[in-house]
Ligand binder design. Structure first.
Ligand code: TYC
Length: 106
C-alpha cells in the first residue's frame, strides 16, 4: 500500500508528494504467566491498574492465563511494554507473589 499522494496542479501537471517517512514502530506483546501461588484477585488488580482494563476484561485474561498457562495483556511499543513488565514485577515482588511477566515481539 502506497502512502504517497498525487497532487494535481491547476495547470494540469501533476507531482507526487514525498512519502511521509514515519515508520510504524515495532510492537511487543506483554504476557502474563500462570503459577500456583499468586491469588487470582491480585492478577485481576494488576490487569485493571497497570493495563487499565475493565474488571470484565481482567477476569477474562486472568482465567485464560490460569487455564492455558499464559496470556496477552496488551500490545505496546518497546518502551511502554518494558515499563508495564517492570511495574508488574515490582508490584508482585512487593506483595511476595511469584507472578511472572514477559514481552515478545509481535
Ligand atoms: N493459578 C493462580 C491460582 O490458582 C492464579 C493465577 C492466574 C496466577 C494468572 C498467575 O498469571 C496468573 N491462584
Amino acid at each position: 500500500m502506497s502512502n504517497s499522494r498525487e497532487i494535481i496542479r491547476s495547470s494540469g501537471t501533476s507531482v507526487e508528494e514525498a512519502k511521509p517517512r514515519l515508520k510504524k514502530p515495532r510492537m511487543y506483546r506483554v504476557l502474563l504467566m500462570n503459577d500456583d501461588y499468586t491469588p487470582m484477585e491480585f492478577v485481576v488488580t494488576i490487569l485493571r491498574k497497570i493495563f487499565r482494563l475493565t474488571e470484565e476484561q481482567s477476569v477474562q485474561i486472568m482465567l485464560k492465563v490460569h487455564t492455558e498457562g499464559s496470556g496477552v495483556c496488551g500490545v505496546f511499543t518497546a518502551e511502554v511494554a518494558e515499563t508495564r513488565v517492570r511495574e508488574v514485577l515490582a508490584l508482585a515482588r512487593e506483595h511476595q507473589h511469584p507472578l511472572k511477566c514477559t514481552m515478545e515481539p509481535e
